[in-house]
Design a protein around this ligand. Structure first.
Ligand SMILES: CC(C)(COP(=O)(O)OP(=O)(O)OC[C@H]1O[C@@H](n2cnc3c(N)ncnc32)[C@H](O)[C@@H]1OP(=O)(O)O)[C@@H](O)C(=O)NCCC(=O)NCCS
Length: 201
């Protein structure tokens, strides 16, 4: 597994300081102890009443399935000097571009930030940059495999989520029958993002 960019920098909202973190492989044990038993226990009912679809994702099961399949990769964001995992992503190598299926891409299948680090849920707590760092990991892996950074995903049809991807250069392709939006990061946008982060020439 290519773990680029490896080290990532987050913003700690309460202190206003940069915080170092890294992308790690998410094993079932790590996912169970640091995500499934933690993420939603830290929030009260009022914060979670409009909770998103990932509320029921079981990351230990997701990580176990990824371990059994060479093309699936499950990673998390581990905060330095703590035992905290503040984000998780499942992605697949060897998917096809939506715009030109002859081109290979990486597909992000599941992406989630720890609820206390989502600005939409709790404005003044947690970290910023977790979702972006995970997405960049998938893009960097695509670039490292010679796929030019091409990355696809199916966004939930929530405007804030679609805007999150658009701000990172993703284009909408089409809408699926279940309402999800097929989106793709084309090579020019991927490489521009990677260059800005010093990860491509
Ligand atoms: C969608 C989701 C993954 C986004 O992740 P996130 O960790 O909240 O996103 P980030 O912190 O990287 O970015 C959010 C904002 O923080 C800011 N930010 C990011 N990195 C920052 C940094 N280092 N310093 C300061 N601010 C930063 C950005 O400006 C960004 O706002 P913008 O999108 O207007 O540019 C997250 O909201 C989530 O888990 N949602 C629920 C599950 C879900 O819907 N998953 C997607 C299914 S398709």
């Amino acid at each position: 597994m290519a773990l680029l960019p490896g080290k990532v920098s987050l913003l700690d909202v309460s202190s206003g300081r940069d915080l170092s973190a890294k992308i790690v492989e998410l094993t079932p044990g790590l996912a169970r102890a640091r995500i499934d038993r933690v993420w939603w226990n830290d929030l009260d009912a009022t914060s979670t009443k409009n909770c998103p679809e990932d509320r029921d994702w079981k990351w230990a099961d997701i990580a176990a399935q990824a371990q059994g399949c060479r093309d699936f990769i499950c990673v998390g964001v581990s905060v330095a000097d703590t035992d905290e995992i503040c984000g998780a992503m499942l992605y697949q190598v060897g998917a096809a571009s939506f715009f030109n299926p002859a081109n290979l891409a990486i597909e992000v299948l599941l992406l989630a930030t720890k609820p206390t680090s989502r600005g939409l849920l709790l404005a003044n707590l947690g970290y910023r940059g977790v979702g972006s760092a995970l997405l960049l990991q998938a893009v960097a892996h695509s670039y490292g495999l010679g796929l030019k950074g091409r990355t696809v995903l199916r966004s939930i049809p929530a405007e804030a989520t679609i805007q999150f991807y658009k701000k990172r250069g993703f284009d909408s392709h089409s809408t699926e029958p279940d309402g999800k939006i097929k989106m793709e990061l084309k090579p020019e946008h991927a490489q521009s993002w990677l260059r800005n982060k010093g990860l491509a020439l």
